[in-house]
Design a protein around this ligand. Structure first.
Ligand code: MCA
Ligand code: AMP
Length: 512
């Protein structure tokens, strides 16, 4: 059932319009890429990749700014049968060192400003090829690709073959590469195309980064597989979104984007009159945001729920006949996806309203963590369900609400921050005995990173200096927005740090 055994590129390509001269992507700089341009430019890059004679399953690691060409590189990687490995452009050297050592890519593509240090690091690790790609269509990748044919037959791929690896930070500090197959991604793209009722004349405002699931898969696949035009923003900027609303029909964002848009007086019912669908995900959408949006714009935001390991799992309905969009909930499992709740230590069936760990099974569920068979096995139940680490409850109609997380994860502005990773970096700093990192409510980012640090005996620590020492070592979004120096951390009788106490103590740090 559901088997296509096709290269994901072929699935997306089948959605391109018959008229390839139509505009596929329009940029802020006023460039218009036709569907034919996507077809030809991605063929040229795919031919370049093919000419490198890479080993089967070669990883293409990409650490660039957002650009249409970066999306073309992704399509080229699919066409050439390589495994795409997108890396957040906020990641710093220490983070990249780990990803390159762990993933052993054959090719690294980076912004030219990072070339000197990143190429050195890559060549030391045995990477064969390092190209540059900038957001102004310059760099060695495109120069080299220009020497290749603009025709390319997508390499045959079966559902189980790997298409991408997405690193999601690990609870013990070590990042895990979630291996996503052509089948995982195409089944999800097609399920969303139907469930969200994509129409031939839809126009998507693409304002999300393209190195994570939301922007790269959910948004880009949605437009590509439907042959819809994208209004492309290199970076989210509320006014740029507002300007485009009258020509668009679909917008996707993390909750922070909706919070920031609501601060714009020009966001009105009239401004949204042409819009069909607003989608939110990657972090919980506050009920206040859902209600304010409905009141101001006359639209109920459609909230959906996903993970790097599973792409999209559940969604509120799009069509009225599928039901009402309920704020505070993440809707029902998508067609073809099974979601159940488990109680610790047993397979008891939960009644409506009872809380359990969210588990998932379906064609969307990843193949496992890159070179971590034990970790993979731990995250699946004996009967083959993936344990998401989220905690939820179903209502009597099968609508899911996420009530919390059993994993120690902070989601700040849609980006995941694993406390253990930040604590690891803090503990390496001179004079630090130990630290604890927690997430507390934040009016803009949803949650913000807060660190509590204990000095070594005799050491004097300065909060600002500690944050400054971390800057440049880890991605900016992982930096503590507040750091407190204390004499000791609260511990329970077992000696475990009581993070709930710290969260409680600092919960009003960013009160609006
Ligand atoms: C930037 N900064 C942040 C964040 N982003 N701090 C905390 N959390 C953040 N998310 C910091 C920077 O380090 C910098 O700090 C300062 O804010 C300004 O940086 P800038 O880049 O100008 O920030 P921004 O443009 O305001 O960015 C905020 C943003 C961005 C637009 C909300 O974070 C964003 O695009 N988030 C979307 C993330 C996303 O796509 N997630 C999907 C994951 P300083 O001033 O100290 O240097 S996919 C997923 O989760 C699953 C599968 C799913 O379900 O979708
Ligand atoms: P990632 O590992 O970056 O893919 O992040 C996945 C996590 O984001 C999930 O396990 C959830 O904890 C969270 N998440 C995504 N969408 C939602 C949502 N709509 N509501 C609550 N949490 C969400």
């Amino acid at each position: 059932m559901n088997e296509r055994n096709q290269n994901l590129f072929a699935v997306l390509r089948a959605g391109f319009p018959d008229d390839l001269e139509r505009v596929a992507i329009e940029t802020e700089q006023g460039l218009a890429y036709r569907w034919r341009d996507l077809e030809r430019a991605s063929a040229m890059i795919a031919n370049l990749l093919a000419s490198l004679e890479l080993p089967p399953g070669a990883r293409i690691a990409v650490h660039t700014d957002k650009s249409v060409e970066a999306l073309l590189l992704y399509l080229a990687s699919l066409r050439a049968g390589c495994v795409y490995l997108p890396l957040n452009n906020a990641y710093q050297k220490a983070e990249l060192e780990y990803f390159i050592a762990d993933a052993e890519p054959s090719v690294v593509v980076c912004a030219s400003r990072s070339f000197s240090w990143l190429s050195k690091l890559a060549f030391q690790r045995g990477v064969g090829h390092v190209f540059t790609l900038d957001d102004d269509r310059s760099g060695s990748l495109l120069q080299r690709a220009a020497q290749h044919s603009d025709r390319h037959e997508a390499v045959e791929r079966r559902d189980a073959d790997l298409a991408a690896i997405l690193y999601t930070s690990g609870t013990t500090g070590r990042s895990k590469g979630a291996m996503l197959s052509h089948g995982n991604l195409s089944s999800n793209a097609l399920a969303l195309q139907r469930y969200w009722d994509w129409r031939p004349d839809d126009v998507l405002i693409h304002a999300l980064p393209i190195f994570h699931v939301h922007g790269l898969f959910v948004a880009s696949h949605g437009a590509l597989v439907n042959g819809s035009t994208m209004l492309w923003l290199d970076k989210f900027e509320p006014r740029a979104v507002l300007e485009r609303l009258p020509r668009a029909t679909v917008f996707m964002g993390v909750p922070t984007l909706y919070v920031r848009l609501l601060q714009e007086p020009a966001l009105t019912r009239e401004a949204c009159a042409h819009m069909r669908l607003f989608v939110s995900g990657s972090a919980p959408l506050m009920i206040e945001t859902f209600r304010d949006w409905q009141q101001r714009c006359g639209h109920a935001i459609l909230e959906r729920y996903g993970m790097s390991e599973t792409v999209m799992l559940t969604s509120n309905p799009c069509r009225p006949e599928d039901g009402e969009r309920l704020g505070g909930t993440v809707g029902r499992p998508l067609p073809g996806v099974q979601v159940r709740l488990a109680v610790q230590g047993g397979a008891a069936t939960l009644a409506a309203g009872e809380i359990g760990g969210v588990e998932v099974r379906g064609p969307n569920v990843f193949a496992g963590y890159w070179r971590m068979p034990e970790k993979t096995a731990e995250e699946f139940t004996a009967d083959g369900w993936f344990k998401t680490g989220d905690v939820g409850r179903f209502d009597a109609n099968g609508v899911l609400t996420i009530v919390g997380r059993s994993k120690d994860l902070i989601i700040s502005g849609g980006y995941n921050v694993y406390p253990a990773e930040v604590e690891g970096y803090l503990n390496e700093l001179v004079g630090v005995a130990e630290s604890a990192v927690v997430g507390v409510p934040h009016p803009d980012f949803g949650e913000a990173v807060v660190a509590v640090v204990v000095p070594k005996e005799g050491a004097t620590l300065d909060a600002a200096a500690l944050v400054a020492a971390l800057r440049g070592r880890i991605a900016g979004f992982k930096l503590p927005k507040r750091l407190f120096v204390v004499n000791e951390l609260p511990r329970n009788a077992m000696g475990k740090v009581q993070k709930s106490l710290l969260r409680e103590q600092h919960k009003a740090s960013f009160a609006a």
